[in-house]
Design a binder for this molecule. Sequence first.
Ligand SMILES: [Zn+2]
Length: 247
Amino acid sequence: MGANLIVTGLVISAMPMGEYDKRITLLTKERGKITAFARGARRPNSQLLAATNPFSFGEFELFEGRSTYTIAKATISNYFRTLAFDPEAAYYGFYFLEFADYYCQENNDEKEMLKLLYQTLRALESEKYDNRLVRAIFELKALAVNGEAPNVFGCLACGTRECLCYFSVRKGGILCNECRQMAEDAWRMNESTVYTMQYIISSDIAKLYSFAVSEQVLEELQKMMEQYMKLYVNHTFKSLRILEEIG
Ligand SMILES: [Zn+2]
C-alpha cells in the first residue's frame, strides 16, 4: 500500500452520494482541481462532516486509488464561518466558488486561482470592502490569471499610453481619445477606472484587496465586467442568478 498524499486545498463544491457519503471538488495547490470521495462524511459524528463543506480550507490527506481520490483525514485551518451568518456574502462566496469550478481544469496548475479565491473570501468576510467591488476585482483578476483580461495598458489602435479613456468591449480593451471612433461601442470611462483596472491586472494577489473606489468608478467597473463577461465568458452561473435577485 502506497503512502497517502497530502494536499492543501479549498472545498469548492460538495454533493451528497449514497446514504452517508459525499463527493467533493477540491482546488489544490499540488494537483489543481480534483474530485474526491469522503466516505461517511454525512454521519453526524464524522470527523469529515464540516471539513467537506464548501469554503473549508486546509490540509487534506488523500488515498490515491487508480482513478479516484478518497479523503482519509482533514485538518481545516479556515472554514470562513463568517459567511454562514451573512447570506448576501455567502451568495457572493458561492458565486466565486462556482466561477473557479467552471474556470479551473483538472490536471492543470491552479495555484494562482487558489490564492485568488482564498484572498477573495477573506475580503468578503472583511467589513472594509463593498461586496460589489470584491466581485469586480475577483472577476477581472480571474480573467487575468487565465490570460483573458481586457487590454488596458495602451490604446489598442495606436499604442499610446496617454488619454486612455474609451472602453470597447468588442475590441477587448481601451482606446485613446484620438482613436475612439475605431469602435462603435466605445464608451467614455473615467481615468481612475482605467487605473484601477491596470492595478487589478498587474498587482500581486496578496496585495489585491487594499483599496476602495468611488461609487462612479465602481459602477463603471461593474458595467465593464458585465459587458465583457457576457461577450467572452458567456456562461450562466447558477449562483449569480440568486445574487442578482437579492442585489
Ligand atoms: Zn489611440
